[in-house]
Design a protein around this ligand. Structure first.
Ligand code: SAM
Length: 305
């Protein structure tokens, strides 16, 4: 018969002693597990359960409501791609908005672009910010950049109040659509992003896995095709500690100067990096172009929307 397994609220495994297991209705029937060396932090914010543990093979791990948000070892594959796919596709990005991303990793990546003058971030959960500064200094280093302004609040409300045409790029680094991030996957939110962007401005948003969530992706793509009149694309990267080992991004532009995301025109000048961040580990322009190539089954589902 069926065995039902329930971990504690932070995902500490009920079946493998000393391991973290990622069990969720979002990926039924599978549970990626990591060996825990030491639990470093457990807390409950107004929005979610927050945990940090030292793993034996991926460094420190940040977990929200039992779901892995990042590990020190593979965060580069996510943070670098979600940031440089949009920013390397347009000339001279100046104003950038980050929604979510409380760990600071996307800020660290945006700050590599010397053309950028202003970086706003709106993260809902102050505990995520504080915990990242305490346990993930190489990621939270993004907050040290002088161009960053932090807003603690709901990204949906924040975007509604943004004057039309303000940003060159909006990056949505959200958690999954169960919990505080639910509205970040819905149509009105995408409409506010399009309004907040200048003509020919770009958006990149976390868009789930083609192995697990094709129906969610198809809905997002259908919405985006109606809202973003420049272009609508799905790109992806590998992240070993995310369910199914990969994650996708919706990469879109508004009507205006054309943006050809598959051919990046604004490479990062590593000599010009304005802060103490490490060199790029993952992103390069070959990967940028390759990220838009899809397996046949995904191409068929996404292309037909
Ligand atoms: N940067 C990460 C990585 O490397 O994979 C992971 C995701 S990040 C920690 C997701 C953040 O989105 C969380 O800190 C969460 O609190 C935030 N968030 C969720 N819903 C939000 C909302 N409605 N407005 C603003 N931030 C939100």
């Amino acid at each position: 018969g069926a065995v039902s397994v329930s971990n504690d609220a932070n995902g500490i495994s009920a079946v493998i002693p000393g391991w973290f297991s990622e069990i969720s209705p979002m990926w039924p029937g599978e549970a990626h597990s990591l060996k825990v060396e030491k639990i470093l932090f457990q807390g409950k914010s107004d929005y979610q359960n927050v945990m940090v543990f030292q793993s034996s093979t991926y460094g420190k791990v940040l977990v929200l409501d039992g779901v892995i948000q990042l590990t020190e070892r593979d965060e580069c594959a996510y943070q670098e791609m979600i940031t440089h796919l949009p920013l390397c596709s347009i000339p001279n990005p100046k104003k950038v908005l980050v929604i979510g991303g409380g760990d600071g990793g996307v800020l660290r990546e945006v700050a590599r672009h010397s053309s950028v003058e202003k970086i706003d971030i709106c993260e809902i959960d102050k505990m995520v910010i504080d915990v990242s500064k305490q346990f993930f200094p190489d990621i939270a280093v993004g907050y040290e950049d002088k161009r960053v302004t932090l807003h603690v609040g709901d990204g949906v409300a924040f975007l509604k109040a943004v004057p039309e045409g303000t940003y060159d790029a909006v990056i949505v680094d959200s958690s999954d659509p169960i919990g505080p991030a639910q509205e970040l996957f819905e149509r009105p939110f995408f409409e506010s992003i399009a309004r907040a962007l200048r003509p020919g401005g770009v958006m990149c948003t976390q868009a789930e896995s083609i192995w697990l969530h094709m129906h969610i992706i198809e809905d997002i793509v259908a919405n985006c095709r109606q809202i973003f009149k420049g272009s609508v694309n799905y790109a992806w990267t590998t992240v070993p500690t995310y369910p199914s080992g990969m994650i996708g991004f919706m990469v879109c532009s508004t009507e205006g100067p054309a943006v050809d995301f598959k051919h990046p025109i604004n490479p990062i000048d590593e000599n010009d990096t304005q802060h103490s961040a490490r060199p790029l580990k993952f992103y390069n322009s070959e990967l940028h172009t390759a990220a838009f190539c899809l397996p046949s089954f995904a191409k068929k589902a996404i292309g037909s929307k």
